[in-house]
Design a protein. Structure first.
Length: 167
């Protein structure tokens, strides 16, 4: 079974691809990388998000995963007056893109798609501990937060949900 994990963003998207062996109850990281869309080339964040969605579908077509896990974006509220943060428009557009992408990958491509909340896979674990865990279990040495998060989502699913071990 092949697992594709995506950490979406308005400029960068972390991607991790795992292979799962049900008989041995093991998981193996095949590759992890980041897709970047330059602000210089594409100025409007709306256009960048559309390009990210297209890129995710392209990666899915190439990798042919059985299951796709996508981190669900969060909208942060200002603690002062309960107002949305200044980048809330971008986050809302990103949320819409994630739901459309999940629908396209699940319905059109016939893959099982799961949206995973940050609190669900990461809890309150600090970023540097997540990065150490990803390095320790999977050998991923990237310092890029998007890659670390994509691998971290896969780590959570493989080790906590399936109860498999890293290979």
């Amino acid at each position: 079974m092949k697992l594709l994990c995506i950490d979406p963003g308005t400029r960068k998207m972390g991607v991790a691809v795992f292979e799962l062996d049900g008989k041995k109850k093991r998981g193996r990281l095949l590759k992890c990388f980041v897709e970047v869309i330059s602000r210089k080339k594409v100025a409007k964040w709306q256009d960048r998000i559309d390009m990210m969605a297209d890129k995710a579908i392209e990666i899915c077509n190439k990798e042919k995963p059985d299951r796709v896990l996508i981190e669900q974006p969060r909208l942060f509220l200002s603690t002062r007056k309960g107002q949305a943060a200044s980048n809330s428009g971008a986050v809302l557009k990103l949320m819409g893109m994630v739901y459309c992408m999940a629908g396209a990958l699940g319905v059109v491509k016939g893959r099982e798609v799961t949206l995973v909340g940050v609190q669900q896979w990461k809890g309150n674990v600090p970023k540097h501990i997540t990065q150490k865990r990803v390095l320790w279990h999977w050998g991923c040495k990237s310092g890029d937060d998007n890659i670390t998060d994509a691998v971290g989502i896969g780590d959570w699913y493989i080790r906590k949900q399936l109860k498999y071990k890293p290979e």
